[in-house]
Design a protein around this ligand. Structure first.
Ligand SMILES: *Cc1c(COP(=O)(O)O)cnc(C)c1O
Length: 392
């Protein structure tokens, strides 16, 4: 391991477990079931006394390679590869929460997590409060007798407000509560919540980790005993496993995670500076701009500022839509983290289920636009925005 120090070296090489004579790219093992030499070995494997796969719903050797690689990149003891980001989030919440338990949740949260709490969690009488976690006193004040976890996401979506992970982890520890962090926007290249005191990290691997817009997947990083329990008693039983083919694609994607993130950040920085100076733009939200109110916090917990920018346009809803519809290279889409620059209008798209009056609770207005800056040449992205701004 002494040789595998740097992020990019680990992203590419991470010591392999399953193949003795090493094929350089990871093998895809599609097998559902595995044969054992003896009944005793089979019994020990299913009872966790021997390591190894036994049935595909509870784990797969190609997925195991991915889990090892992610653990290394997130500085975790272990990781679990699952079928989507929402599977990672729901498993993590289900692990800590039983009927009548309560969870403190950051207020501007990913739309899918919001919907999960509103519909499914409520059905099982799991209680939650949305709290502005940027101020840790708010968290202290919202912890109840039956609170069992704290759940945050930083930077937030889409307003790019930050939460101080170290400060929240301190509150969590002093109240004996686990802290779950959604690290999708940052990836392990830019931010490592476990080293800042968090207990669980969840990712939508659909976004930057795979990075090519062709897989839905998720990962959970935590301590070995927690991951084992989640695998055996939640993921496997609910059938939320990731399959070998998709694990292979993500393993391939991760080899370039470091260089992709550098380029995403570099492009985003240039685009943010352009937007900041443009007369059609009212305000820009990007942690890499000195005008961001949490610029110092950003630099203390993030290695670089990421590829997501939000900005508000001067003008009415009609002109915002006209601008977006006039883009030539930038594509209108719900996702993020792809090589292509993607744009979306939260009030009409990702957050359209939220009533107009409540938009401001999510740091949203009708003029707000979210950009996932891709890997194209930055001048082309900027020129595309420039020509579209003429329609405002
Ligand atoms: C996309 C996303 C998710 C959900 O991931 P899926 O892979 O679509 O299930 C969760 N959190 C954040 C921040 C996301 O961007």
């Amino acid at each position: 391991m002494a040789y595998f120090k740097g992020f990019n070296t680990r992203a590419i090489h991470k010591k392999r477990t399953n193949v003795r004579k090493i094929a350089i790219s990871q093998p895809i093992v599609p097998a559902v079931a595995y044969a054992f030499d003896t009944v005793e070995d089979a019994s020990k494997t299913v009872n966790n006394e021997l390591d190894g796969e036994y049935y595909g719903r509870y784990g797969n050797p190609t997925s195991k390679e991915l889990e090892n690689k992610i653990s290394s990149l997130e500085h975790a003891e272990d990781a679990l590869a699952v079928s989507s980001g929402m599977a990672a989030i729901s498993i993590s919440l289900m692990y800590f929460l039983n009927e009548n338990d309560h969870v403190v949740v950051t207020k501007d949260i990913y739309g899918g997590t919001h919907k999960l709490l509103k519909t499914l969690a409520s059905k099982y009488n799991i209680q939650y409060d949305y709290v502005d976690c940027a101020n840790v006193n708010n968290i202290e004040n919202s912890i109840k007798m039956n609170t069992r976890a704290i759940y945050i996401e930083t930077p937030s979506n889409p307003s790019l407000k930050l939460i101080d992970i170290r400060a929240v982890a301190k509150v969590a520890k002093s109240n004996n509560l686990p802290l779950i962090v959604d690290n999708t926007f940052m990836t392990p290249y830019l931010q490592n919540p476990l080293t800042l005191g968090a207990d669980i990290v969840v990712h939508s691997a659909t976004k930057y980790l795979n990075g090519h817009g062709d897989v839905i997947a998720g990962v959970i990083c935590s301590q070995e005993d927690i991951v084992k329990d989640m695998r055996k008693n939640i993921m496997g039983d609910l059938g939320q496993n990731m399959n070998a083919w998709e694990s292979y694609l993500i393993l391939r994607g991760i080899k370039t995670l470091g260089i992709r993130m550098e380029k995403h950040c570099d492009n985003a920085h240039k685009v943010a500076k352009f937007l900041n100076k443009h007369s059609a733009v009212k305000s820009v939200f990007y942690p890499g701009l000195p005008s961001h109110p949490q610029y110092d916090l950003a630099h203390s917990q993030m290695k670089n500022m990421g590829g997501i920018i939000s900005f508000e346009i001067k003008g009415d809803l009609q002109s915002v839509k006209k601008m977006i519809n006039s883009l030539k290279i930038i594509m209108i889409s719900f996702s993020l983290g792809d090589p292509e620059t993607l744009i979306q209008h939260p009030a009409s798209m990702t957050h359209s289920s939220i009533p107009k009056k409540e938009l401001s609770n999510f740091g949203l207005s009708e003029g707000l636009v979210r950009l996932s800056v891709g890997l194209e040449d930055s001048d082309d992205i900027i020129n595309d925005l420039k020509q579209a701004f003429k329609f405002i």
